[in-house]
Design a protein around this ligand. Structure first.
Ligand SMILES: [Zn+2]
Length: 222
């Protein structure tokens, strides 16, 4: 009887814990149970297209340009889901991965600023995906997130443009509404291609600061 009762209580407790911890406790790819708060199991994580070198070479005024993945496979699916399919929960997963990267690389940051979206595009999509990602990073790391960058000019989608056109496209399209001095600022974006947007964002923030970019993935080929 005692053994039976012990088993019942143990079962009830584990069921209760499962209910409490179900959210955030499965790998987002294979849905297997995971112990850590990190959203991917070790096995799936080993198959993701991590870049060999996370600091990218661009000719910009940015202090550093970091990226974590090649823009392909599961990573591409995740970003597309978030941007074009209203899968806003993907921002949490992406944010958790980026937060872990920041902690692992020990990047010194005072303020996180997401790459902004023009209000017309915001009305269309309903949310700025980069802000959602930045907010998640902020809540995991405790680093303040500020929306001080504004997209004042609605520019055509960068995807349709060549490398050089992208630079002309975004020039003068961003404004910073806060005066920063001696700050380590990390810009957050989903995918980096030419780095033009982040370059002009850094110009607006001003050279009295160290501005870097962290993007989840890159389309740049190495
Ligand atoms: Zn998995």
């Amino acid at each position: 009887m005692g053994k039976w009762l012990y088993k019942r209580i143990k079962y009830l407790l584990s069921s209760l814990l499962e209910i409490i911890y179900t959210e955030d406790r499965v790998c987002f790819i294979c849905e297997s149970h995971i112990e850590e708060a990190f959203p991917i199991c070790d096995n799936c994580n080993s198959y993701l297209p991590y870049l060999d070198k996370s600091v990218l070479e661009y000719n910009t005024i940015l202090k550093n340009t970091y990226s974590i993945f090649e823009f392909q496979g599961k990573i591409k699916e995740m970003v597309y889901g978030l941007k074009y399919n209203k899968e806003v929960d993907k921002a949490k997963i992406i944010g958790d991965i980026m937060a872990r990267f920041i902690e692992k690389e020990d990047i010194s940051i005072d303020i996180i600023i997401p790459i902004p979206m023009h209000r017309d595009k915001l009305l269309e999509r309903g949310y700025n995906h980069s802000l959602l990602i930045a907010k998640r990073i902020g809540s995991v790391t405790g680093i303040p997130v500020e929306t001080s960058l504004e997209k004042v000019k609605n520019t055509p989608n960068q995807v349709l443009l060549s490398g050089e056109e992208r630079w002309y496209n975004v020039r003068g399209s961003l404004k910073c509404n806060t005066l920063y001095k001696n700050k380590n600022i990390l810009l957050i974006d989903d995918v980096v291609t030419t780095c033009a947007t982040a370059h002009f964002a850094a110009l607006e923030i001003g050279e009295d600061n160290n501005v870097s970019l962290l993007s989840f993935a890159t389309t740049k080929k190495f």
